[in-house]
Design a protein around this ligand. Structure first.
Ligand code: SAM
Ligand code: SF4
Ligand code: SF4
Length: 373
């Protein structure tokens, strides 16, 4: 007898194979979860690998040469990703963000973008397709990404001081190369470009003002993200979180800002505008001000597991349905069933927990590099 060998990496996070409901109803684009939240935003992780080792995301002590990244056979193919994306779009998704790991490490990513760019919402509108990247390969790839149909990019950059940034990415990557990537992306029209800075108190908070100064008048929207307690490896501590309120106070003292309205319901960033017309900034206060009540995001991992919350410890194995020969209507029915049962609101619950508590259910929380940011 030959036993089927399941690669270990496939078992790292719990996932159940979704049930296919007996009664299949066609997608209406109006799905709603138990808290009346629609499904609008799908984040697709295209790789769990990265060429950086940001300490808050993939600490090098854990993600070292012995770490078992997913084998190629585990990854969803571009055809599988597009098939699932089409089903999610039928259920109401209007925006797709490609992420990772580092998405630009996935070979021929522009082919996937071309495939996704052909999808349309039920109302016949094109999708909003964007990508989050560390920009290490952006200068080289920006034009082909734009040609394939990518509309915008978000670049992660944690400071302008070279020594601080090299220490934070932990692979000695220079700031200048990220800035070059941003410049080329803007030149080819991947706009409005956003820049994400994760703020860690005592590590890079001295970079807040230099970053603000640099991106004023640049057309790019700089967003400050509170350091989050995602995953189980980054050694997160509350005292390393600098609340967004303080970020805004510091900036306001140097460059006065006023609050402006959100672009749409469910937007994660709170927006501010420089009083002198130098542009816009944002803060994402995932820790100090939970925004679960509007959370319309689903996440699809590289190996086809659907997660309903960044802090979930269990996913739903859509790849099993794909590879077991389920029809589109059956997968759509399973997705509807999962979303309608969704109760996740981790950040709201965390606000009521002791500062250094682990996951509420005691299970290992999924890593950001696996689930995608
Ligand atoms: N590698 C790409 C990048 O860095 O842009 C995409 C994936 S990364 C996981 C997506 C986003 O998550 C990045 O902007 C990163 O800064 C953010 N991120 C990762 N770990 C975080 C943490 N512990 N707290 C807050 N943001 C985090
Ligand atoms: Fe890589 Fe992005 Fe995570 Fe940094 S934040 S380690 S660039 S996946
Ligand atoms: Fe959404 Fe979960 Fe984040 Fe709340 S904690 S905003 S439910 S991803």
């Amino acid at each position: 007898m030959t036993d089927k060998i399941i690669p270990l990496a496939d078992l790292r996070y719990a996932a159940r194979v979704p049930a296919i409901p007996a009664l299949l109803t066609a997608p209406t684009g109006l799905l709603s979860d138990t808290l009346a939240r629609p499904l609008r935003d799908l984040r697709i992780s295209v790789t769990d690998r990265c060429n950086f080792r940001c300490s808050y995301c993939m600490p090098s002590e854990v993600f070292n040469k012995d770490y078992a990244f997913l084998p190629q056979s585990s990854l969803l193919s571009f055809e599988e990703i597009t098939r699932l994306a089409r089903i999610f779009v039928a259920h109401g998704v209007e925006k797709i963000r490609l992420t990772g790991g580092e998405p630009l490490l996935r070979k021929h990513l522009e082919v996937l973008i071309e495939m996704l760019a052909r999808l349309q919402t039920p109302a016949g509108k094109p999708l909003d397709i964007t990508l989050t990247t560390n920009a290490s390969l952006l200068a080289k790839k920006a034009q082909s990404l734009k040609d394939a149909g990518l509309q915008r990019v978000t670049v992660s950059l944690d400071g302008l001081d070279d020594a601080t940034f090299r220490r934070m990415n932990d692979v000695d990557f220079p700031v200048a190369d990220v800035l070059k990537g941003i410049e080329v992306a803007q030149k080819v029209g991947l706009e409005p470009l956003k820049v994400n800075m994760v703020v860690k108190r005592g590590t890079n908070d001295a970079e807040i003002i230099p970053m603000a100064r640099h991106f004023r008048h640049s057309g790019a929207v700089l967003r400050f993200i509170e350091y989050m307690d995602v995953g189980a490896t980054n050694g997160w501590r509350m005292d390393e979180v600098l609340p967004s309120k303080q970020v805004i106070e510091r900036i306001h003292a140097e460059f006065p800002v006023t609050a402006i309205d959100a672009n749409y319901l469910g937007e994660t960033a709170e927006r501010w505008r420089y009083a002198d017309g130098a542009g816009e900034i944002g803060v994402i206060s995932s820790v100090t001000q939970a925004f679960c009540s509007d959370c319309n995001r689903a996440r699809l991992t590289t190996e086809g597991k659907l997660f309903l919350c960044l802090f979930a410890s269990q996913g739903h194995d859509l790849r099993a349905l794909l590879r077991n020969g389920a029809a589109d209507e059956q997968i759509a029915g399973a997705v509807a069933y999962i979303w309608q049962a969704r109760t996740d609101r981790y950040s709201e619950l965390r606000a009521a927990m002791p500062p250094d508590a682990g996951p509420a259910d005691g299970r290992k929380r999924v890593e950001m590099s696996y689930i995608g940011g």
